[in-house]
Design a protein around this ligand. Structure first.
Ligand code: FAD
Length: 381
């Protein structure tokens, strides 16, 4: 493995950091308080080329290799404090664009990918249900044949981007008794009669990422709406989770880097008992632990990017990466607050917002406990 960066790659990373700092941060705190979707920032990301980073040129993408895609998305997290925006962007790239690129028909790719890349359309990936969260293959939203077309009925929960989406990837079953073999995926446009999107739901963190619930009542779909074949839903879900778990936390690594640098500066500057607090070992040890969590998180992230750039299939790596980065991010946020004392507990410090945002990462894309279940199986347990 070679993680050394060329001059061009370093310059590209720095340009993304600068873009994120200048263009995406203004108004981020107000948006967080109000729970507003950053439509303008989304457009700016499209203009900068963020959505097209991993996609082929024929759809308007820049077809960067995965290490560069990850450098860019990590750099977004370093420069931009609006984690909700970056999470919403990641949800679209990894769980909507990639499934369409891999499983979509030529027409579906032509219809949606250029629009996502240009920021003209937004996509959402809707799998979870009120009674099917971790146990996702027990989902109940059903697709029944109606002549030559389909009718979808059911409910979906906690779908990121749903309230602002133009198209939703909806996971259904054609026959619940078939388990994962019955899973079937449709691309449903928001304006389809029979589909209601409720939201945005009020959340603890990631408040600028819009989340909604779906109700499908005799929602019609044709064979052209099928993503992949009937019964290929579990392959689509597994592929989406491979991308999402491996890469959606790239911005978190950037955020951890920014917060660590801030904590180090504070520990050098803040004096108590006549000395900088960083000179006390219980403080410097905390900083070293934060640094180690950051470095190991980055290594796991880059390993996945390197494997993808070598066209290798990821197996246990996405769960290892997702589990380690999300737990590290939460712990680093807690440590950053502790290290700043009362200042860190104040809303204006922005550190409590980072913690609220980080906590979501232990739940979405499969909880930490579910990543442990998956990894235990890889260990033969
Ligand atoms: C910010 C955010 C964004 C989201 N975005 C989307 C989205 O875009 N699309 C979508 O489809 N879903 C989305 N979700 C939903 C998310 O995927 C689910 O919340 C998650 O899979 C867990 O399901 P649940 O909430 O029903 O918890 P449950 O499955 O009910 O789990 C409750 C608790 O029990 C634990 N648990 C369950 N089973 C086991 C087990 N076998 N072993 C050990 N522990 C277990 C869990 O770890 C958890 O702690 C999002 C969630 C959040 C918070």
């Amino acid at each position: 493995m070679d993680f050394s960066l060329t001059k061009e790659q370093t310059a590209f990373r720095d340009s993304v950091r600068e873009f994120a700092r200048q263009e995406l941060n203004p108004g981020a705190n107000e948006r967080d308080r109000g729970g507003h979707f950053p439509a303008e920032a989304w457009k700016k990301c499209a203009e900068f080329g963020i959505f097209g980073l991993p996609l082929p040129a024929e759809y308007g993408g820049s077809n960067r290799n995965m290490l560069e895609v990850i450098l860019a998305t990590e750099a977004l997290g370093y420069g931009c404090e609006d984690n909700g925006l970056l999470f919403a962007i990641g949800a679209q790239i990894w769980s909507m664009q990639m499934p369409i690129l891999i499983f979509g028909s030529a027409e579906q790719k032509k219809q949606w990918l250029p629009r996502f890349i240009a920021g003209e359309s937004i996509g959402a990936h809707s799998v979870s249900e009120p009674e099917a969260g971790s146990d996702i293959f027990s989902l109940r939203t059903n697709a029944t044949r109606n002549g030559s077309s389909w009718l979808l009925n059911g409910q979906k929960s906690w779908t990121t981007n749903a309230p602002v989406a133009d198209v939703l990837l909806v996971m259904t079953t054609v026959d619940a008794s078939l388990g994962d073999k019955g899973l079937t995926t449709f691309l449903i446009e928001k304006c389809t009669p029979g589909l209601t999107v409720n939201g945005p739901l009020e959340k603890m963190g990631m408040r600028t990422a819009m989340m909604g619930d779906l109700v499908l009542r005799d929602c019609p779909a044709s064979d052209e709406n099928l993503l992949g074949k009937m019964g290929s839903g579990s392959a689509i879900f597994n592929s989406s989770m491979e991308w999402e778990r491996a890469f959606i936390l790239a911005p978190a690594v950037g955020a951890m880097q920014r917060e660590l640098e801030r904590c180090i500066q504070f520990a050098r500057r803040r004096e108590q008992f006549g000395k900088p607090i960083g000179s006390y070992q219980s403080v410097s040890n905390k900083l070293v632990e934060m640094h180690m969590r950051l470095e190991t998180s980055r290594l796991l992230l880059y390993r996945g990017a390197w494997m993808k750039s070598q066209r290798k299939r990821l197996t246990s790596e996405p769960s290892e990466t997702k589990l380690h980065i999300s737990e590290s991010w939460v712990q680093n946020c807690l440590d950053a607050i502790q290290l700043h004392g009362a200042r860190g507990y104040m809303v204006e410090s922005g550190l409590e917002k980072q913690l609220r945002d980080a906590l979501a990462s232990r739940i979405y894309s499969g909880t930490s406990e579910i990543q442990q279940v998956i990894l235990a199986a890889y260990l033969g347990l």
